[in-house]
Design a protein around this ligand. Structure first.
Ligand SMILES: Nc1ncnc2c1ncn2[C@@H]1O[C@H](COP(=O)(O)OP(=O)(O)OP(=O)(O)O)[C@@H](O)[C@H]1O
Ligand SMILES: [Mg+2]
Length: 248
């Protein structure tokens, strides 16, 4: 299955992405993790040495070369098919590609860079050999219909406060405009049932998965150690969420 994880800044997208990746790996599946976060740190959460990873979005020379940028002109369909092989990190059934931020619109340079990044993302999402988890920034607007259509499930992470739920409503509206069928709410950082109920009421539907506040996850993040072995209760919640998605 191909899962995109979005939601307001800081709600726990990367954390939940990491645990979903773990849950899929535990099922013996091959997983491709794509980090399209402006400040990507999925690598660290998954236990990769992130000092050796440069997000593709920061490889200016490569982006210039591939986009063929010449003043206001650039290649709308840049070559990207050799890039996964070159830049993918691999370990025990897990592949990781760190893209970095794909911006919306923008002038000159950003537009040309985005053509490369978007092409690369589309190419990665085509993969049929493995499950995919895409850790994104807040919205889905910068991705476009074609990209979004190749994802099976969009998970919008919310926390039990209004701001995060308002962002979720915006994403939901955009997704409906793009005719996306499988969009689900995931509750994170809940303290008790009241928090879950609040999210359900505000969103008008129950969350498909619930992650409670985890002091283990917090500690692991502070220490900079891989998350997956550190917080068994989060592992369990991710496993339940994957089971539910399998039934959708
Ligand atoms: N269920 C949880 N229990 C405890 N801490 C959590 C939980 N979920 C997330 N956190 C903590 O909250 C912080 C933000 O989480 P994370 O980086 O996953 O959010 P994000 O949505 O990816 O942020 P950004 O928008 O910056 O990419 C981290 O320090 C993380 O350890
Ligand atoms: Mg993140």
């Amino acid at each position: 299955m191909k899962i995109a994880v979005c939601g307001k800044g800081g709600v726990g997208k990367s954390t939940i992405s990491a645990f979903l990746i773990g849950a899929l790996l535990n099922r013996g599946r091959k997983v491709l993790a794509i980090d399209a976060d402006p400040s990507p740190h999925l690598a660290r959460l998954l236990g990769f040495d992130d000092s050796s990873i440069t997000p593709i979005a920061e490889m200016k020379e490569l982006l210039n070369e591939r986009s063929g940028r010449d003043g206001p002109f650039y290649n709308l369909n840049p070559k990207v098919d050799d890039l996964p092989e070159k830049f993918m990190k691999k370990r025990n059934g897990l592949s990781l590609m760190v893209l970095g931020a794909i911006q919306q619109g923008g002038a000159g340079c950003a537009c040309a860079d985005n053509a490369v990044l978007r092409n690369l993302l589309n190419r990665l999402l085509l993969s049929e050999d493995e499950d995919i988890v895409l850790d994104m920034e807040a919205g889905v607007e910068h991705l476009g219909r074609g990209t979004i259509a190749s994802v099976d499930h969009i998970l919008v992470v919310v926390q039990p406060y209004r701001g995060s739920i308002e962002t979720a409503e915006k994403i939901d509206k955009l997704a409906r405009d793009l005719k996306i069928k499988s969009l689900h709410i995931v509750a994170n950082n809940c303290q008790d049932d009241e928090d879950v109920k609040f999210i359900q009421q505000m969103c008008g539907r129950p969350p498909i998965g619930v992650f409670y506040f985890s002091s283990d996850a917090r500690k692991a993040e502070r220490l900079g150690v891989p998350l997956l072995d550190a917080a068994p209760e989060m592992v369990k919640a991710a496993d339940q969420l994957i089971s539910k998605l399998e039934q959708v």
